[in-house]
Design a protein around this ligand. Structure first.
Ligand code: LMR
Length: 392
């Protein structure tokens, strides 16, 4: 039977990791996959994480199974932190998932089980969103609303795109630090989107994967909270990969908001059944670390301070990048208006390839750059490379 399979291409984003690693040029720059880097190009384990790991090593007495819900202490602490009292507690259920992607996968399968056939997604979006939902039987419907040239989010275009949605369709929203454009709705925009979703009977799915890397930890949850408090039903897929630096530990959670506690119990029973059929139980280590950090005032403070340092580094690199203004056809000044790890530059695939060949600068084929991949010297090299490209 295997002979019937068609060969699949490598994931174009993840392929960049290997291509960059294999490049012998000493001054190569990796602006590919979204991981945080410090000025030396390292993705360090956060100090609060290291300390929590030491505590875990000392105190963990068993590695016996927990259950499909994972670490309940982690889920509760994260829910308190992110959702707080935005929604009555008895309307929220949650479970631990393998990363934000696991949370999205469960979301897609729960939607499919609930008879939801379509999810509306502002485009461009994270390259894995559309295939992930399609694979679970929920067809993505794209609404072009992020303009790469001007680095803007077109709220009116997004709302107009939703005219095509029928009651019971789902809508995907990036909670903060939009991937790949870096532009989020403002507070008024979030309210308009939430009201529209409620009025049209749509189900919002908020993907919150970069909390703390945009404007600040609390303010980055504003969009998600605005949505959750406005609608009867919603899903929140949360990733701790970036804000706890836990990437390969696959640490995330899915929260579902239901109209009442009774419905919530039924929703949770479905999510647990889906988790059991997918991965049985999520990996423990990352969630245990987050639980320890959030349960210890000093560690939680240390983590928040480190996260804030990361956020400020991204903001200052963004400003440095934007300071060059327009080079050739690329308006770098527009990058200043964005937040989080990503911006997408108006570069053709040929130009992206040229930057890689001629200057050892690696980025996604779409022109998306990971701002954290820069340091001061790399920003200068990048500016020079764009001047060189403009002169060709
Ligand atoms: C990214 O977009 O670079 C990250 O979310 C990593 C991934 O899994 O694609």
């Amino acid at each position: 039977r295997f002979a019937t399979l068609a060969r699949q291409p490598d994931d174009p984003l993840l392929r960049i990791i290997g291509q960059h690693a294999a490049d012998p040029r000493a001054d190569k720059i990796d602006l590919g996959v979204g991981v945080f880097r410090d000025e030396e190009g390292r993705t360090p384990v956060m100090t609060a994480v290291k300390k929590a790991e030491a505590i875990l090593l000392e105190t963990q007495s068993s590695k016996s199974y927990l259950g499909p819900e994972g670490d309940i202490g982690f889920v509760r602490a994260l829910g308190d932190l992110v959702i707080g009292d935005t929604v009555a507690r008895d309307r929220i259920v949650g479970l631990q998932t393998p990363g934000g992607t696991g949370a999205l996968r469960l979301t897609a399968e729960l939607l499919a089980r609930s008879g939801v056939a379509r999810i509306w997604i502002g485009s461009p979006s994270w390259a894995n969103h559309a295939p992930l939902f399609r694979q679970a039987g929920v067809e993505p419907a794209l609404i072009p609303c992020y303009d790469v040239n001007s680095q803007r989010f077109d709220l009116d275009g997004f709302l107009a795109g939703m005219d095509g949605a029928a009651a019971g369709d789902a809508v995907l929203l990036h909670g903060c630090c939009h991937n790949p454009i870096g532009i989020d709705p403002d507070a008024a925009g979030w309210s308009a989107i939430a009201d529209r979703i409620a009025a049209d009977g749509l189900i919002p799915v908020v993907d919150l994967a970069y909390q703390g890397l945009g404007d600040g930890f609390a303010i980055d949850a504003l969009g998600a909270r605005t949505i959750l408090k406005t609608v009867p039903e919603a899903l929140l897929a949360y990733s701790c990969d970036k804000n706890f630096g836990l990437y390969r530990e696959r640490t995330g959670a899915l929260f579902a908001v239901s109209p009442d506690a009774e419905t919530g119990t039924i929703v949770l029973s479905n999510l647990l059944a889906l988790a059991r059929a997918n991965w049985s139980m999520p990996p423990d280590h990352g969630a245990a670390i987050v639980r320890i950090i959030l349960g210890d005032e000093a560690l939680a403070r240390e983590w928040r301070e480190e996260l804030e340092t990361m956020r400020q580094r991204l903001a200052s690199l963004r400003a440095m990048l934007a300071a060059a203004g327009t080079i050739g056809t690329v308006d770098l000044a527009a990058v200043a208006g964005g937040k989080g790890m990503f911006a997408t530059l108006p570069l053709t695939p040929t130009q992206v390839q040229w930057l890689r060949d001629a200057h050892a600068i690696y980025m996604a084929g779409s022109g998306r750059i990971n701002i954290a991949g820069f340091n001061t010297a790399a920003v200068a090299r990048f500016h020079a490379a764009l001047h060189d490209m403009a002169a060709q």
